[in-house]
Design a protein around this ligand. Structure first.
Ligand SMILES: [Zn+2]
Length: 187
């Protein structure tokens, strides 16, 4: 759902015209941005697999409590860097949307408490088992996200260059889609 998270961010642009697109793209990925250094440090783990079947050990960043804490951090960044509660809420909300989306697709690997404290059953509805459905959904999300951004850009920046931002994001998303295709299971 790498692409789906990014799509959520860029599709928010019409509702958050003051926030730069790169920030909107990154906000839904804050959890994974923290996941990567933790993998490098050996605290969390990642083994690449076919599409939807990466093996993830993300007991801190992807715990419910961890996600809330990271989202509060995203709220604080928006609140203080862009000086409005609205910016904070948008960045915090986008950040938490990562956990909600992951809850649907992940296999049961998302704990309630950091480090799976208390040993409660881990969460994840495992929809990644329907690889083509989820991949299709990601592509739809990408198209809708870029579409919303492009429409906003056309209206808000009626210069000859309104399309540059949407074009860059389209290329980026296209590369991600092309990267995922070989990882899909054979039909
Ligand atoms: Zn994630």
């Amino acid at each position: 759902m790498f692409l789906g998270h990014f799509a959520m961010g860029v599709g928010t642009k019409p509702f958050a015209p003051k926030l730069p697109v790169w920030v909107l793209l990154l906000a839904p990925q804050f959890m994974d941005l923290l996941f990567m250094p933790l993998v490098a440090l050996g605290v969390e783990g990642y083994e690449p697999g076919p599409y939807g079947h990466d093996v993830l050990n993300a007991l801190y960043t992807h715990s419910l409590v961890g996600a809330v804490v990271i989202s509060l951090g995203a709220y604080a960044i928006g609140r203080y860097a862009w000086k409005t509660v609205r910016s904070g809420l948008i960045l915090g909300g986008l950040c938490f949307s990562h956990w909600i989306i992951d809850l649907f697709v992940h296999h049961q690997d998302m704990p309630l408490l950091p480090g799976n404290l208390g040993g409660f059953p881990k969460l994840g509805l495992g929809l990644w088992d329907y690889e083509y459905v989820i991949f299709g959904l990601e592509v739809v999300m990408a198209v809708v996200g870029v579409g919303l951004y492009a429409r906003w850009s056309m209206q808000a920046r009626p210069s000859a260059r309104w399309y540059i931002g949407p074009l860059i994001v389209t290329v980026l998303f296209g590369l991600m889609i092309m990267g995922d295709v070989p990882r899909l299971p054979p039909l």
